[in-house]
Design a protein around this ligand. Structure first.
Ligand code: FES
Length: 352
């Protein structure tokens, strides 16, 4: 049976039932801008940036929420569409504090990029800016409500992707705000600090506290790596400047984590640059540690392991490798225990 079709900017495109106009347009390589749309979550149609013209419809429609229909005739870039998108961008800019110079997200902000793309140089409206103070009292996430555009991506990510259900919409009208249960700070809420809300926030309302002041996004080098903490193998980006990790984000559209991370993967990297890290081996003698060379330490370990094995057998020895070591080190550790020492007594603190 042939697939249903619609006309997109004059071109016929096939689609599968359940796809939205936005899905079909993206498959066809047609760029429709979005702000609130979040892949894999229910569309909310909150921002009205993805508006398109559908022949016969009384108003412009949000393409992210409108199912594609057989025989539809859709125009994605008419003067009316551009005018409406422009107006909506202006209204968002008027609704809060969008001073890019002082914003942590400068250079990596979807609203800023849209304002530039649509040539907005001044704002015709004076809006009521959010009066809620920023929340800075947890060590990981800054919530700046004055920069929030209420797109709801954080709510969708928390409730539908991570399924933590820690945040939702609160209050009404100009006082509307993203809240936890009882509008408590993250510290006192059900938040588990996975940071998914930060990852999906398109503006500077939610930012990583530890990355503050460490550099703009365009100054960072992004290095793809695998999270070392457990056996899932989540894909992540290290955002690095001057040899220091400023923050960690999940790789979108990559298996197995599909753009998500847990609190350890996203925020647990302080140890890398910690001044408390050991830089030389230590040998304990008479209850006190003393510094030793690598040769001395390794020889001591080898001698003691050989003696234990000779006296009690290989299974008298066990090893636990550390999740903060690189995956290759953990692999070598089990090779040493199985292949050299001859025991399967080897484990990993974050085994899954
Ligand atoms: Fe469609 Fe926001 S992206 S309404």
């Amino acid at each position: 049976m042939s697939k249903p079709t619609l006309s997109l900017d004059g071109k016929l495109a096939e689609f599968s039932p359940g796809q939205t106009i936005l899905d079909v347009a993206r498959e066809q390589g047609i760029d429709i801008p979005t702000l609130c749309y979040l892949k894999d979550a229910t569309p909310t149609g909150a921002c009205r940036i993805c508006l398109v013209e559908v022949k016969g419809a009384r108003t412009l429609v949000a393409s992210c929420a409108m199912p594609a229909g057989n025989g539809m005739v859709v125009q994605t870039d008419t003067p009316e569409v551009r005018k409406s998108r422009r107006l909506n961008i202006e209204l968002l800019l008027a609704s809060g504090n969008h001073n890019c110079l002082t914003c942590e997200k400068n250079g990596d902000c979807k609203l800023q990029a849209l304002a530039y793309a649509y040539g907005i140089t001044d704002i015709r409206f004076s809006g009521q800016t959010q009066q809620y103070p920023a929340e800075t009292d947890n060590p990981l996430i800054v919530r700046d409500f004055s920069r929030c555009i209420l797109c709801g991506r954080c709510v969708q990510a928390c409730n539908e992707l991570q399924v933590n259900q820690a945040i939702g919409y609160g209050y009404r009208g100009a006082k509307a705000k993203i809240v936890t249960t009882g509008d408590r700070p993250y510290n006192d809420s059900d938040c588990v600090f996975c940071g998914q809300c930060v990852q999906v926030c398109p503006v500077g309302a939610l930012t990583e506290k530890k990355a503050k002041g460490l550099g703009r996004s365009y100054e960072m080098t992004k290095i793809r790596t695998t999270c070392p903490y457990c056996g899932v193998g989540c894909q992540m980006w290290l955002h690095v400047k001057d040899g220091r990790i400023a923050k960690v984000t999940a790789v979108e559209d990559a298996q197995p984590n599909r753009g998500m991370l847990c609190v350890k993967g996203r925020f647990g990297y302080d140890f890398i640059h910690s001044p408390e890290r050991l830089t030389t081996p230590l040998i304990k003698e008479d209850g006190e540690f003393r510094q030793a060379s690598w040769d001395e330490a390794l020889n001591l370990v080898a001698t003691r392991l050989k003696a234990i094995k000779k006296k009690h057998g290989a299974d008298a020895i066990a090893g636990v490798s550390c999740a903060r070591s690189i995956n290759e080190d953990s692999y070598n550790m089990q090779k040493l225990f199985r292949g050299v020492i001859g025991t399967n007594n080897i484990d990993h603190c974050a085994r899954t």
